[in-house]
Design a protein around this ligand. Sequence first.
Ligand SMILES: *Cc1c(COP(=O)(O)O)cnc(C)c1O
Length: 285
Amino acid sequence: MNIPSPLESVHYKELDFSVKRDDLIDPFVSGNKWRKLKYAFEEAADKSVLVTFGGAYSNHLLALAAAGAKFGKSTFAFVRGEKVSNEILFLCKQFGMEFQFVDRESYRDKKKLFKEAFGNNESAYFIGEGGSGIQGERGCVEIISELTEQYTDIFCAAGTGTTALGVFKGLQKHIPNAHLHIVPVVKNLNLEQKFTELYPTAGNYTIHEQYLFGGYAKVNSELLDFCSDFTKKTGILIDPVYTGKMFFALIKTMEQKTLSKSSKILGIHTGGTLGILGFRERFLF
Ligand SMILES: *Cc1c(COP(=O)(O)O)cnc(C)c1O
């Protein structure tokens, strides 16, 4: 894996900022998904099959499939919903992952699914959906401990919030004066609650709720146009589910000039760029 991931200076729309290119950690085990899997792989050193859960377009499934192949593990995924085929699952299969599609109701009880299929298999190891959990957070702290420069404002996307919590932990330790800008990409994340429980007195983060575009994987033409323009002008591929919304928020915030003139801004590219393939028919040619 390409760790530490590169830092890149970007000039876009007359604005200057840096990007932590976690998307370049690996073409398939990309971004925060490797950060979140790293310690699970350590813990599963003596296991042979890694079992996880995800939607049919999950970056996490692809990351696990590719990392499993690289490190000599079998991988198995319970996929939410009816049987489908798409680009991401096709790639997972190429990396040797096996699947079972499960209806939305059964999908909720992941421990039960695991127990029924792998309960007697001592060499099977359970990895939560999206690699969430404390190991995942621990891996994400390293996004910050790797930085070689000081930043005042850092932007990251939030799906479950594991990455944001890990990044915030890293900031408290390494750059306590920095401000974290969190851009939720799913509705009703309740991150505010988690943060106030863990950091009741911290004022150095903002949850930008206004860049949701209606919810998870919801898009409009403004967002799609932004993703195309950003990619064309910077050479950095972004997708409309995660990093598209995050960079949209970063650019809008910089344009509003509410940040101090001397601020040094960093966007964390959490990877997942292949997710854009699922949108190819939404982009107008
Ligand atoms: C999964 C994912 C996220 C969300 O990470 P959380 O830790 O669940 O908040 C952000 N960006 C990309 C590209 C992802 O694939």
